[in-house]
Design a protein around this ligand. Structure first.
Ligand code: NAD
Length: 468
């Protein structure tokens, strides 16, 4: 049985059954997590629904609860971070950063204003455009940043006056259940419920009659299923999905000067970032020097168990993802690719794949066309910049993209032509609490973060008052 518990209606509720959680550094099960039943999900949804009127009544109380939430997360961070490292694989220092970011998102959201616009106010008529909460929000997250992604949803959803039922990925349930524990101390019963289980639990949530909104982070394939499940009763959706981000390096760049930033833009979190650099476009004359710089870094970075303080990159999070990266690299090899670094799994157990720089590869090969979500980066030469932009945009994805140059105004103009929700110059990626983050095309619907993200947890009410 699991030591971790669900949070339902303000209580810690043990699972009636459980599933194993694997440490990706060893490939071995190290703990059990509760596998919520449908009846437990129903209780969580009912509790969230009952909590709505009380929670919506007082904005200042909600602000205070979120600030107390940030403090509660900080107070438990030293205990939750090792859990995150053990189930996710990331180095402990990065897990600590994720906890700090999660608390920071709560603090930031506590200060958001819910807009009220007065569009007419004269002797006869007053017209207000108000923002009402939607109701119960079903929040579903991926395994790469389980806590951070949860905070992007629950903090603004709660500030706006919604209540939440949150489900983490089955690969990383424990840190989110612990987050539920920490927040139980400061939130009224039913306001935040945390349930864990398999993918079918997510499907039950999206087809459940109670939630009015689904806030989802995950793959494009699942995102489409979520949108279809939400359609019959017109639940609102925010979908934060996958990407295949291009970074376009211009010919005026010194490869040595940008190699560190490009490398970490692609390999941080072992490449498991939705907005990681997943394709690099390089002018022909810079191709070999830049590949050499990237390969140098790929060969010297320290990969291993996240509890080793020297380690910079952990394993891939799960067997499925590990096998996917193996498969894409093997496919590239069969299509004539070479590897300036890496190119194979690391021996010795765990889901480790060597940091890999893929060369002599083109569009039409899976590692270029699909989202690898792992430590293998294709580097693609181009002749002229118009061609690079066209190739960067020739995808169903549209999450992020970047242009790299010493000529900042030219790079800015080109970055604006990328068909993506996020565009950057001389950096990649960036996520901030106060700027909107979302994808175009198949990378998503809606945005998270900042006042724009908050609006996604509200709906407009136009209130027209005839004064006489
Ligand atoms: P996934 O789609 O397999 O799973 C995501 C979540 O959905 C999990 O909690 C899972 O249990 C749940 N789920 C699975 N099937 C479901 C269904 N039918 N109905 C409802 N929920 C269901 O994705 P993943 O492998 O966990 O995450 C990796 C993907 O997430 C990558 O594509 C990555 O780019 C993307 N991602 C996007 C963002 C973003 O902000 N745009 C951030 C992080 C990750």
């Amino acid at each position: 049985m699991s030591d971790s518990t669900l949070t339902i209606d303000g209580k810690n509720v043990p699972g009636e059954r459980s599933f194993g959680v694997i440490n990706p550094a060893t490939g071995q099960v190290f703990a059990e997590a509760p596998d919520a039943t449908r009846a437990q999900l129903d209780r969580a949804m009912d509790a969230a629904s009952r909590a709505l009127p009380g929670w919506q009544a007082d904005l200042e109380r909600r602000r205070k609860a979120l600030r107390d939430g940030a403090a509660a997360i900080r107070a438990r961070a030293k205990e939750i971070a090792p859990l995150l490292t053990r189930e996710q694989g990331k180095p402990l220092a990065r897990a600590n950063e994720e906890l700090a970011g999660t608390a920071a998102w709560f603090d930031y959201s506590a200060g958001l204003e819910i807009p009220l616009e007065v569009v007419q106010d004269d002797a006869d008529t007053r017209i207000e455009v108000r923002r009402r909460p939607l109701g119960v929000v079903a929040a579903i997250t991926a395994w790469n940043y389980p806590l951070m992604l949860a905070s992007w949803k629950i903090a603004p959803a709660l500030l706006a006056g919604n209540t939440v039922v949150l489900k983490p990925s089955p690969f990383t349930p424990l840190s989110t259940l612990a987050l539920g524990d920490a927040l139980r101390e400061v939130l009224p019963p039913g306001v935040l419920n945390v349930v864990s289980g398999g993918d079918e639990l997510g499907a039950w949530m999206t087809s459940h009659p109670i939630p009015r909104k689904i806030s989802f982070t995950g793959s494009v394939a699942t995102g489409k299923r979520v949108a279809a499940a939400a359609a019959p009763d017109l639940k609102r959706v925010t979908l934060e999905l996958g990407g295949n981000d291009p970074a376009i390096v211009l010919e005026d760049v010194d490869p040595k000067a940008v190699a560190d930033r490009l490398f970490w833009g692609a390999f941080a979190n072992t490449g498991q970032i939705c907005t990681a650099i997943k394709r690099v476009f390089v002018p022909e004359k810079l191709y070999r020097p830049l590949v050499a710089e990237l390969a140098l870094r790929a060969k010297s970075v320290k990969m291993g168990d996240g509890f080793d303080p020297e380690v910079q990159l952990g394993p891939l999070n799960n067997r499925m993802q590990f096998e996917r990266v193996c498969e894409l690299v093997e496919d590239a090899r069969q299509h004539g690719a070479s590897f300036a670094a890496g190119g194979k799994p690391r021996a010795g157990g765990g889901y480790f794949f060597e940091p890999t720089i893929v060369t002599d590869v083109k569009e039409g090969t899976r590692i270029v066309d699909e989202e690898q979500f792992g430590p293998a980066l294709p580097v693609l030469p181009y002749r002229d910049v118009e061609e690079a932009i066209a190739r960067a945009n020739a995808t169903h994805y549209g999450l992020g993209g970047s242009v790299w140059s010493t000529d900042v105004s030219r790079a800015t103009e080109l970055a604006g032509r990328l068909e993506s929700g996020n565009a950057w110059v001389n950096q990649h990626p960036v996520a901030l609490p106060y700027t909107p983050f979302g994808g175009s095309k198949w990378s998503g619907i809606g945005v998270e973060n900042g006042p724009w993200g908050l609006l996604g947890f509200t709906e407009i009410q136009t209130l027209i008052v005839k004064k006489r």
